[in-house]
Design a protein around this ligand. Sequence first.
Ligand code: HEC
Length: 189
Amino acid sequence: MRPLFIAAAVTLLGLGTAHAECTADVTDAFDLEPDGIVTLYACIEGQMAQQYASQGDSVGSQYRNWHVSSTRPAVAGPHGERFLQTFANDIAAEQYLKFEEEFNGMPVGSILAKESFTLKKGKAAVGPLFIMTKLAPGGAPEAGDWRYDALQPNGKVMGIKQSYCADCHLGYDYRDSLAYPIEEVRVGQ
Ligand code: HEC
């Protein structure tokens, strides 16, 4: 295994809010070994949750109490070269965590929230929080009855186009638009 150096130095930003600076010695996110990802995540996760919650968004403030779907964040490719980790609310968790290849539909009120962070020039930075909410039948027929949302890293709502998200996710219409984490990190698999 390549030697890996990860350091966390605390800098002071804003009014007494301590933010860790999280770094790794690789430049390409795909080159970071699982141990390195876990260490990097441990460094940035508190800051990430704090930023998503900072504007009072209900999902941004709550998702960390939901059911985590992976053993660690991982890079999938789509959603940029970001490390991703998805959380499912109580309504979604039972079905989502089966990672079923084909099924009919998620329960109405299911919410999936996917935190993300990037590694740029060896430094981790918080990315958007991606959100999918299952609407009642007919709520968004052109998007599989899912509403897509995203929060910016600063916790503010990001302007997104439903079709941009839905067009890719509808490629998984045989399992209600869900893409799932990459197989090697799925919980309970
Ligand atoms: C080019 C294809 C593509 C586009 C565009 C896309 N996604 Fe995804 N999405 C994926 C893939 C692939 C995954 C699974 C990756 C992973 O979590 O490891 C995923 C996972 C998710 C998840 C976790 C639930 C699941 O499907 O397992 C959410 C929530 C999500 N995306 C929201 C969004 C939002 C919001 C947008 C638009 C801003 C968006 N996505 C745009 C491909 C895409």
